[in-house]
Design a protein around this ligand. Structure first.
Ligand code: HEM
Length: 132
């Protein structure tokens, strides 16, 4: 699977889940888990879709294993962070280490993404050389 395909798929799932979450908060008039809803939408929907667009615009990178790993790490970090923040804001202490772990995982995925952004020409050149 290409990195962009996984990004787009996961982003749409996150958007749908985040919207259902928002509707449940609104209907129940209980906004306690609002920070988790916001993180799921912004990391899972907005950021992941932007990451997918970047990979789609850089085909050599899009087909690399490292980009696919970066997307997987981002998804894992987002799920763990969202769960942690939701538990934390619901008064469950286990949320604290989960939120901490999730935030570090997302940060690691962001640093890897940043490195790939600056390596995009290297990936394009390598793909061109391999095609010759
Ligand atoms: C069906 C769609 C959605 C519904 C029903 C919904 C509902 C809500 C509700 C009820 C709150 C709590 C507001 C408060 O307590 O002040 C909230 C907060 C928030 N939502 Fe959503 N939401 C939806 C989609 C989204 C999307 C797509 C995003 C981001 C791309 C988003 C980002 C946020 C943010 C950042 C906050 C926190 C706002 C603040 O700090 O006051 N939401 N949403």
């Amino acid at each position: 699977m290409k990195a962009s395909s996984l990004s787009f798929l996961a982003a749409v799932i996150a958007a749908a889940a985040g919207m259902v979450w928002g509707l449940i908060m609104g209907i129940s008039e209980n906004h306690a888990t609002m920070p988790a809803h916001a993180h799921l939408n912004l990391l899972g929907w907005v950021s992941l879709f932007l990451i997918g667009i970047f990979y789609h615009l850089h085909p050599a990178l899009d087909q690399s294993r490292i980009a696919l790993i970066q997307v997987c790490v981002w998804i894992a970090g987002t799920v763990i962070l969202t769960l942690g923040v939701a538990l934390l804001t619901s008064g469950i202490a286990l949320g604290n280490p989960l939120a901490a772990a999730g935030s570090l995982i997302v940060l690691a995925a962001m640093l890897l993404f940043g490195w790939l952004v600056f390596q995009r020409d290297f990936f394009a050149d390598s793909a061109r050389a391999a095609a010759k």
